[in-house]
Design a protein around this ligand. Sequence first.
Ligand SMILES: NC(=O)c1ccc[n+]([C@@H]2O[C@H](COP(=O)([O-])OP(=O)(O)OC[C@H]3O[C@@H](n4cnc5c(N)ncnc54)[C@H](O)[C@@H]3O)[C@@H](O)[C@H]2O)c1
Length: 389
Amino acid sequence: MRRLNVGMIGGGFMGKAHSLAYAAMPMFFWPAPAIPVRHTLADVTDELATEAAARLGFSQGVGDWRRVVDDPEIDIIDIVTPNNSHAEIAIAAAAAGKHIICEKPLARSAAEAKTMLDAVQATGVTHMVAFNYRHTPAVALARKLIEGGSIGAIRNFRGTYLQDWSADPASPLSWRFQKKVAGSGALGDIATHVVDMARYLVDEIASVNAVTRTYISARPVQNSGFDKLGAAARLTGVPMAPVDVDDEVITLLQFRNGAIGSLEASRNAYGRNNYLTFEIHGELGSIVFNYEQRDQLQVMLADDPADCRGFRTIYTGPAHPHGEGLWPIPALGIGYGETKIIECSLFVSAIVEGRQPSPNFRDGYLNGLVADAILESAETRGWRDVVEV
Ligand SMILES: NC(=O)c1ccc[n+]([C@@H]2O[C@H](COP(=O)([O-])OP(=O)(O)OC[C@H]3O[C@@H](n4cnc5c(N)ncnc54)[C@H](O)[C@@H]3O)[C@@H](O)[C@H]2O)c1
């Protein structure tokens, strides 16, 4: 069976998630399209890279990502670093002829994402952007139902992504609160997942009208390799530095197909953990999803008999999208790891078949255009059209 050597850049949270997927993918999706081999991991120092390589099952760790990109044995470059390094690594990897999977947001701005899209299109490598939530079987089922006409033409999309890990002002100023590294705050970090879902399920977004807020204007400085994510890592007695990104974003949406909607995201919503939700109303029914119950899809069909009308709960399993590779019985549990395993299977299949998977860098760029329009709308206090740069 074909083997594909993976060079991973970054050994933090997503390094862990992607490594799990490389190891587990052939166990779930067999026969595997190819076997991903955890070859080399790069981090910012030899020490961090060697530790992460041992922890995540890579044969070796190196302190400079260029050595991985230049290695002729490497087939795949997996970019799981903070957002400011995605473009430089991806452009170098494309020039070296490597297939690339890059974490979201693809870049700090749509213009930066466009340079990455141009680079992969120029060399013809396979490229994927890691908006993994759309691979949750219940979300893919929602798409299947919508495409099949079950709820008719869509009228309304209402999406949220609410977390609370940064609600405590003593939670650290990691890279996720610095514009020069992250590009934006809750917008790029989590709202873009909802943008991706909205584009996947409804249509392209034509225009937005947004408000953003930064409630916590300074945070204690974190000095460490990877983000400790939140209140569990409260810092006291250390220097403070300013936050220059949004804590919260709310926007109205108008879709090209005439549907309207809204989106809100915050990492400061006490009591919400990974509250990634959508509610979609169509002319023949409604669909509701909440990632905190990610095995389930709520579906209401308007032509049900009057005395049976209401939401039914569908537990996803083998009968549903991607289900053939997962667990044999619905409701055994589908977790975050499974979305990454599905993502890995789709990426490796696309490489083997010489085509582009979905979502790819073009989706990363289009999601970036919407994010840029949201920021511009908030700054100018009015509607902004989403236009290609
Ligand atoms: N798809 C998702 O659900 C999801 C979830 C979390 C994060 N992300 C994205 O994944 C990316 C990484 O986030 P994370 O949570 O893993 O961050 P993290 O802070 O946990 O880890 C980042 C790692 O990259 C390393 N690094 C930084 N600069 C580097 C460089 N130039 N070369 C090599 N290594 C470098 C750091 O030392 C650290 O080990 C971000 O783009 C983020 O937005 C996606």
